[in-house]
Design a binder for this molecule. Structure first.
Ligand code: APR
Length: 230
């Protein structure tokens, strides 16, 4: 089966009611990212950070996958599909995709604040202060903050280098190292970009731009690929 690699960002979940980052004046749900999504923020005010991610988790649990998530799951009928997502929601999995790599973590899990390799499922939306990992440190959301390492980037690079078709959906490509992944896809491999505001990737070869919302552009492209009309 042909290998398709899909890189998704916040835009694919926008129509499920989860806000993107850079469409809202640099604020995330009213917060400056420095206040809630950095190791320094956690040092300064762990209660605020914990509450912020509890609210995000509540929203993710209430959200439903949309037509774009479902279409990508259907693509597995005829292709070997790997989804690399920058999103911390679990909507790809809930839509039925079986190979999903979370570059920036997943909010439905917790992680040790001493060692990020220790992660655990969370029951429900609330992670409480006082809940400890097996090393005895406070549990925090299993998400990669600004200034932290992205442990999955190496395997993600290899997956991109092996792609036979590449699809980018709903990412401004503003945040590295994720934004650099497209450069590892071989030059001759077709790269579809689906976004109502296509990011600037003029340096990249073999691009096909689809200027559309995810719930329109992704099902249309998936239909074409399933009918071998790409
Ligand atoms: N369908 C498709 N794309 C959309 C839609 C939609 N309905 N609505 C918005 N978009 C596009 C925007 O045009 C933009 O290009 O989604 C992109 C969202 O960009 P960002 O908000 O920057 O999100 P993302 O690229 O995922 O951010 C990357 O930055 O804050 C960090 O760690 C966080 O994973 C995140 C990373």
């Amino acid at each position: 089966m042909k290998r398709i690699v899909v890189l998704t960002g916040a835009g694919i979940s926008a129509e499920s009611g989860l806000r993107t980052f850079r469409d809202t004046d640099g604020l995330w749900e009213g917060y400056d990212v420095q206040e809630v999504a950095t190791p320094q923020a956690w040092q300064r005010n762990p209660v605020l950070v914990q509450e912020f991610y509890n609210m995000r988790r509540k929203a993710v649990i209430a959200a439903q996958p949309n037509a774009a998530h479902y279409a990508l799951a259907a693509l597995e009928e005829k292709y070997e599909v790997t989804i690399i997502t920058q999103n911390i929601d679990d909507l790809h999995e809930r839509a039925g995709s079986t190979k999903v790599m979370h570059l920036h973590g997943i909010i439905t899990r917790s992680q040790s604040s001493k060692n990020p390799a220790f992660t655990y499922p969370i029951n429900g939306w609330e992670l409480k202060m006082g809940e400890l990992c097996e090393l005895g440190s406070q549990l925090r959301a299993h998400v990669v903050w600004f200034g932290e390492d992205v442990p999955m980037i190496e395997p993600a690079l290899r997956i991109c280098a092996n792609a036979e078709v590449f699809i980018l959906v709903g990412s401004s490509l503003a945040v590295y190292p994720a934004a650099g992944l497209i450069n590892y896809v071989p030059d001759n491999v077709t790269k579809y970009v689906i976004d109502p505001k296509i990011p600037d990737i003029s340096r990249v070869n073999s691009l096909i731009k689809i200027e559309a919302m995810a719930t329109v552009g992704v099902p249309e492209l998936v239909n074409k690929l399933l009918n071998n009309k790409q």
